[in-house]
Design a protein around this ligand. Structure first.
Ligand code: IPE
Ligand code: IPE
Ligand code: MG
Length: 247
């Protein structure tokens, strides 16, 4: 893959764990476990392909409304993953971050998340943003409240400032947002940051979204023309010399 065409920031709506499990006659939680296994593979692929920021949608502010057993199961899995995967992430040079409302989680999990963030702070091969108890609207509400609490005057507010009040402050916007399991909706994910993201829908459930599927998504991204509201003629020519020019 041409490194110049690899997106800097990839985000994934990891959808379809429940359907993956049901299609095998398994309980939904088995799908979430398979989803975590897959996540490990895709993180490794991100490092390999040279992606620098990777944001994963793991639990939305709306997911609290699921049956109690499933919510508890997802919290249990998060807890377990933090214990089990941290050293491997650290070894791979992954810096862990959290986006969303940490304070809505159990105190013991909050503590673990904070420790994991601290432990991986110096890593710089890949920044992994875990969106857990995350909602795009909630993030914007949170930002507005902070701005008001900071006593900002109306004239001081512009798009850059809003970005700096979001959970992703300081990071580039996602270039590519992938959603697995075929659904064509945003489901409250990165509403602000995704303004000019390229979207890609994969037709497989998240546990089946393997490295090859990921490569296809990145290649697809590499062939798209991002115009940001302009017209083609205004855009910089591609870095790759084209065959017709004879160079
Ligand atoms: C995504 O898979 C993971 C979470 C939302 C936690 P789902 O659990 O939404 O799986 P489906 O969409 O029901 O198949
Ligand atoms: C989005 O998936 C949230 C996560 C992947 C964590 P959902 O399954 O919750 O979204 P809807 O309900 O299909 O829109
Ligand atoms: Mg779903």
């Amino acid at each position: 893959m041409d490194p110049a065409r690899v997106p800097t920031h990839v985000a994934i709506i990891m959808d379809g764990n429940g359907r993956w499990a049901l299609s095998r006659g398994l309980p939904r939680l088995a799908g979430h476990r398979a989803g975590v296994e897959n996540l490990r593979r895709i993180i490794t692929a991100c490092v390999e392909f040279g992606v620098k920021h990777f944001t994963i949608y793991a639990f939305s502010t709306e997911n609290w409304g699921r049956p109690r057993e499933e919510v508890d199961g997802l919290m249990f899995i998060l807890n377990e993953v933090l214990d089990r995967e941290l050293e491997e992430l650290n070894r791979q040079g992954v810096q862990l971050r959290h986006i969303g409302r940490l304070e809505g989680l159990l105190p013991s999990i909050q503590k673990k998340v904070r420790q994991a963030i601290e432990r991986t702070r110096a890593n710089d091969r890949l920044i992994l943003n875990v969106a857990f108890n995350y909602g795009g609207r909630d993030e914007i509400v949170h930002a507005i409240r902070q701005m008001l609490a900071d006593g900002l005057q109306p004239d001081a507010v512009d798009a850059d400032l809003v970005s700096r009040y979001l959970f992703t402050a300081g990071q580039p916007d996602p270039d590519l947002i992938i959603r697995t399991a075929g659904e064509l909706r945003v489901s409250n994910f990165l509403l602000w940051q995704g303004a000019y993201a390229e979207y890609y829908a994969a037709d497989v459930y998240w546990p089946d979204f393997d490295k090859e599927q990921f490569r296809l998504a990145l290649e697809h991204f590499g062939r798209r023309e991002r115009r940001f509201g302009l017209v083609s003629a205004q855009l910089k020519p591609k870095a790759v010399p084209d065959a017709a020019s004879g160079n």
